[in-house]
Design a protein around this ligand. Structure first.
Ligand code: DI6
Ligand code: FE
Length: 407
């Protein structure tokens, strides 16, 4: 019997361990010329240079490459029908996202196309996007509903997301985003919030289809009072809390998420620096979505300096969706986070590993190469981890390891 299931020797590790948190120019928690041992899906031991190496059922020569934690996309709307290429043309003619939304385009048009699509059509399209993300090294993905907007259709999207998690090697976490927009059957937002609180959340919770509940807190979405009602019911059902907040205006949604001990406040371009300490105090992760900022040609930058100063963990995600972030690439989001938001390549890598895990409540088991953590890992033929944020698709994983327990 071998001591280990897997030994990867002759590698450099970018551990992204907690010890590197808050050091924007630190060294990726790197350990050079090292080896890593895996047992029962977990990181069993790290071997410094010169160690006597144990036996292993499988031994891989890393050839001097770099090993990172598996990449984690902690914010996606992966499952939808149709596309919004026509709307893209309108936006290029100068019509704003909010104006298109008021004219019945935007989220409403995707809701119609999604409801009209069959399960098989939705799943095949989502699988294609998922395969693209996995080829980049994504080993864990959050998938939101939000284009169904009724119990039947939200449940359908979450069920498809769960099936994708069962049928692919990566971990999928699901989030109910019923409070994304007003469905056509309702004329008044408060009545739809009643439906979400009295019917949709309790039934989705009973079916165990969601790990968390999210809201779109915005003028074209829902008010803080309406979002608070959703969070109250989410908590009754022991579901984690997330929020799309301060994307287009400052409604103090991030404070609301923090006051409810939410896992993450996402977008936050309009978050004021004075509201940042509340996130730190609540342990709420700031999720940066540069793909939506890019696609909408936004000007308002998230308060990166204040987030750094207060050591709020900053995750980076795709926000993959048909309207405001039509990009199935977390690697592109890493590059955008550096170029558009001024993150360092180390912060950007932490944002798709350690801090993305925290945004999903998985910070204790995923996103770091540390003893006891899940062995979700990517081996890259690169000379330095900054290459992962520099450029787009100039390097691909040599091998992706999905050995950790599915969560
Ligand atoms: N903010 C976003 O960027 C996406 N949802 C949200 O609340 C956009 C969704 C869409 O336009 O389809
Ligand atoms: Fe989103």
């Amino acid at each position: 019997m071998s001591d280990l299931d897997l030994l990867i020797s002759n590698i450099n590790l970018a551990s992204m361990s907690d010890a590197t948190a808050g050091h924007s120019l630190a060294d990726y928690g790197s350990m050079t010329h090292t080896s890593i041992g895996i047992k029962e899906g977990k990181i069993h031991r790290l071997y410094p240079p010169g160690s006597t190496l144990p036996t292993a059922t499988t031994h891989i020569d890393g050839n001097g490459g770099w090993l990172t934690p598996g990449l984690i996309d902690c914010h996606s709307h992966l499952v939808w029908g149709g596309n919004r290429a026509r709307e893209f043309e309108w936006r290029l003619q100068g019509i704003s996202y909010e104006e298109i939304s008021r004219r019945g385009g935007g989220i409403a048009s995707t809701v119609k196309a999604t409801r009209d699509a069959s399960d098989n059509e939705l799943k095949a399209a989502a699988q294609q996007r998922l395969t693209t993300l996995m080829a980049e090294g994504v080993t864990c993905l959050e998938i939101k509903s939000g284009y169904g907007l009724s119990l039947e259709h939200e449940a359908r999207l979450l069920r498809i997301a769960r099936e994708l998690g069962n049928e692919n090697p990566l971990t999928v976490q699901t989030t109910l985003l019923a409070a994304h927009a007003l469905p056509p059957e309702f004329s008044d937002k408060d009545s739809y919030i009643d439906e979400i609180c009295e019917n949709i959340i309790p039934k989705i919770a009973a079916l165990k289809l969601a790990d968390a509940v999210d809201v779109f807190c915005e003028g074209i979405g829902f008010s803080t009072a309406q979002c608070q009602r959703v969070f109250d019911v989410a908590k009754e059902h022991a579901l984690a809390i997330k929020g799309h907040v301060e994307q287009l205006s400052d409604l103090k949604g991030a404070l609301l998420v923090a006051n409810n001990a939410g896992l993450s406040a996402d977008h936050i371009e309009y978050l004021q620096a004075e509201d940042v300490p509340a996130l730190k105090g609540a342990g709420t992760v700031a999720v940066l979505l540069p793909g939506a900022f890019y696609a909408l040609k936004e000007q308002q930058l998230p308060p990166i300096a204040a987030l750094r100063e207060h050591r709020v963990p900053m995750a980076v995600a795709t926000d993959l969706n048909p309207g405001t972030s039509p990009q199935a690439s977390l690697r592109l989001a890493m590059n955008q986070a550096c170029v558009l938001f001024g993150l360092t390549p180390q912060e950007s890598l932490a944002g798709v590993t350690r801090d993305a895990a925290k945004a999903l409540g998985l910070g204790h088991c995923k996103g770091q190469l540390a003893v006891g953590f899940d062995a979700d890992m990517v081996l890259w033929d690169i000379g330095h981890p900054s290459e992962l944020s520099y450029g787009v698709n100039l390097c691909q994983p040599r091998e992706v390891f999905y050995l950790g327990q599915k969560r």
